[in-house]
Design a protein around this ligand. Structure first.
Ligand code: IVH
Length: 679
């Protein structure tokens, strides 16, 4: 065959293989046997090996075969990947509906759209010119991880979208000015595993004596978050699309689903347009009876305002859109016995009663503890030690004690009382006025200090590897560490004097502590355990104030001007920075050598510029190069697209070089790059 002949054969094979895949994995209507599929794929592979210049990233042979990665690149989501608020019963759903009705402008007609809530792992897929470029995890909602290699192994995910202008225009009734594939197209959905595929994996695990996986959701998520794509490829993962982020003329959510289907995705079925709340409730009933017969797990339904413009107008509260709600099914129930009730002291000094349970399996995991939240909750349940209780676990959430079975109460059942003294430090415990919580009054309570240090070291804060609760306790008991700043003064010698530490693990821990001295302001603020300041608020504060000095010195009024900061949060932050000991802690950290990276607000000559690297650099590491770009306001992406401003080409460049050439993206070498960042 000459090259033209090969090209034609390759094209035909690709089309046919993809069609078979589509029939099997999306339409669920296989037209050929696995043998035929495999045989055609083998022929294609052979041709591509002999004619590498005819290889393309969307070829069906490109689903598996990538090498294991060292780590995942970060991907910033153009639009945040939000989560949903839960409603557990009709009353909560009605409350949600009533709020919507108040917020929707008078006279605006709207309806709801109801669909299944698949119990899987959310991902975002970005297509350029109809070809899958990047697949990313949700991450913290703003920044996820580039798991493209793994997602490509999922056969229900098209590597190439179906030609679909005509069908799309029919759905929306609008002309697509530039064609669907002319632009970057973003689709979101859920990677999941069917009940059957999950059972199969666990059967194998049992056979080989390996640990049993708790549930399909975790297994699906774990498979996608593996650095080696061979793992994901070995699992039968599936994909359902539920959101089209890109505007292709759709006015309603149901049109999004129709378009996704036309583009070649499997969409969530069944679905329903509901004019009234009653219709929503009816849909849920239908789903409830259907649920045992579904091939995959669901944990409820998602109800959204169907009119996209209203959906947008209703906006976001916290991390969730107001216009949608997860209407959950109640979880699985089992009974067990409360063997004891103990009290835990948390990071902010709050005492939480915890029931120690006779271990019991519920929804696939063994449960031996359940939080009782606070004194009022204990009173509401009327619970005593020795009681038989009903516990419930919904989805992946921590189990809840639902009720007591009083007839099974033994005579020796013991009532529980909140301690008057902190179980850790013995100081007085008070109930906070106006709240249900009890709190230890000792600001130096060891429990608080330990938890603050653990939080300080946690992944999203200083990310110190190897500093778990036991190590913190050990270090505190030996008085090596009293507050987070003491960590930086630790030496390998200190640790070596402790029994538990081998020399290598001591050195590793010290190295990990010292390696984390430099970090962005948001992480630093988050790490401090300021009451009311979670990750989101820390990011907002950092963006607003730009420097630690400013954030520390401002009034409550100024704090209230920060996005999403209300009077309560503002007061908490102000109080915290007002306290002498906290200011001392901050000073001590800075003196210990902690450095806050320059926020992206100063001089930002590279603002909005997106860089992609391919190949090795001579004078600096990739991480250093990336840091430089970010410090100057630029962004680094893991994949080349039309939005890329520069591809930095090092030695031995990879496929990104070809892609850049194809897309006409400007390419620069290391020398030009260095000049650019030193300008
Ligand atoms: S819509 C604003 N639709 O549930 C978020 N989510 O609790 C838009 N999920 O992160 C989500 N099935 O991982 C939507 N049909 C469905 C879904 C669904 C499952 C997951 C998704 C999301 C989480 C929110």
């Amino acid at each position: 065959m000459d090259k033209e002949g090969v090209r034609e054969r390759i094209q035909k094979l690709r089309r046919e293989i993809d069609e078979l895949r589509y029939r099997y994995h999306v339409l669920n209507d296989p037209k050929a046997t696995d043998e035929v599929y495999d045989s055609l794929t083998r022929e294609l592979k052979k041709l591509e090996v002999s004619w590498p210049e005819l290889q393309r990233p969307d070829s069906p042979t490109q689903r598996v075969g990538g090498k294991a990665l060292k780590k995942f690149e970060k991907i910033a989501h153009r639009a945040p990947m939000l989560s949903l608020t839960d409603a557990f019963d009709e009353a909560e759903l009605r409350a949600w509906d009533e709020r919507n009705r108040k917020l929707v402008p008078k006279g605006a007609a709207f309806e709801y759209f109801a669909e299944l809530k698949v119990d899987g792992f959310a991902v975002s897929l970005v297509y350029e010119k109809g070809i899958l470029q990047v697949g990313a995890t949700r991450g913290d909602g703003r920044v996820g991880e580039d798991v493209t290699q793994n997602l490509k192994t999922v056969r229900a995910i098209p590597l190439k979208l179906r030609e679909a202008e005509g069908p799309i225009e029919k759905i929306t009734g609008r002309k697509l000015s530039s064609g669907a594939f002319a632009r970057r197209l973003e689709v979101r959905g859920e990677v999941y595993m069917t009940k059957a595929a999950f059972a199969k994996v666990n059967r194998e695990q049992r056979k080989t004596g390996e640990p049993i996986y708790a549930n399909p959701r975790n297994l699906a998520a774990g498979s996608i978050r593996q650095l080696d794509p061979a793992v994901a490829a070995s699992r039968e993962l599936d994909f359902l699309a539920y959101d089209l982020v890109t505007d292709l003329g759709q006015e309603r959510h149901d049109q999004k689903h129709a378009i996704l289907w036309a583009l070649g995705f499997k969409t969530v079925q069944p679905e329903a347009r509901c004019e009234t709340l009653e219709a929503v409730l009816k849909f849920r009933e239908k789903v409830r009876t259907l649920r045992p017969r579904l091939a995959f797990g669901i944990d409820g339904i998602v109800v959204s305002v169907n009119q996209n413009d209203l959906y947008e107008r209703l906006g976001v509260a916290g991390k969730a859109p107001r216009a949608a709600v997860a209407f959950k099914f109640p979880g699985k129930e089992v009974t067990t016995v409360v063997e004891d009730i103990v009290v835990q002291v948390g990071r902010t000094g709050i005492l939480t009663p915890v029931a120690l349970l006779r271990p019991v399996e519920v929804g696939g995991v063994t449960v031996s503890r359940a939080t009782l939240h606070n004194e009022d909750e204990i009173a509401r349940l009327g619970i005593k030690v020795g009681d038989t209780v009903v516990i419930q676990r919904a989805g992946d959430v921590i189990p809840d004690i639902m009720r007591v079975l009083p007839k099974l109460r033994p005579r020796r059942a013991r009532a529980f009382r909140m301690p008057r003294q902190c179980p850790i430090c013995g100081s007085r415990v008070v109930r906070v006025a106006g709240e249900a919580a009890h709190r230890c009054t000792n600001k130096n309570c060891a429990a608080l200090a330990a938890q603050r240090i653990e939080h300080f070291a946690s992944r999203r804060a200083f990310d110190i590897v190897g500093l778990g609760p036991e190590t913190v306790e050990l270090l505190m008991n030996h008085k090596f560490v009293r507050d987070p700043a003491d960590l930086f003064a630790l030496t390998a010698g200190d640790l070596a004097s402790l029994e538990r530490f081998a020399e290598t693990s001591a050195q590793k821990l010290i190295a990990s502590i010292q390696a984390r001295k430099k970090l962005p302001l948001a992480r630093f603020l988050y790490a401090l355990s300021i009451p009311q300041v979670g990750e989101e608020t820390a990011i907002d504060l950092a963006e607003h104030f730009g420097s630690l000095e400013r954030a520390m010195g401002v009034s409550v009024e100024e704090l209230k001007r920060v996005r999403d900061v209300g009077p309560k949060v503002a007061a908490a932050i102000h109080d915290w920075f007002g306290a002498e000991r906290n200011r001392e802690l901050v000073q001590k950290l800075l003196q210990a050598g902690v450095q806050i990276e320059k926020p992206k607000q100063g001089r930002q000559p590279l603002r909005g510029r997106v860089f992609v690297f391919t190949g090795g650099l001579e004078t600096l590491s990739r991480d250093e190069a990336k840091e430089k770009i970010r410090a100057l306001g630029g962004d680094v992406s893991g994949a080349v697209s039309k939005e890329t401003d520069y591809v930095v080409v090092g030695s031995d460049p990879g496929s990104k070089y070809e892609q850049a050439k194809e897309l006409g993206v400007p390419m620069i070498d290391e020398g030009q790059f260095l000049k650019l960042i030193s300008k």
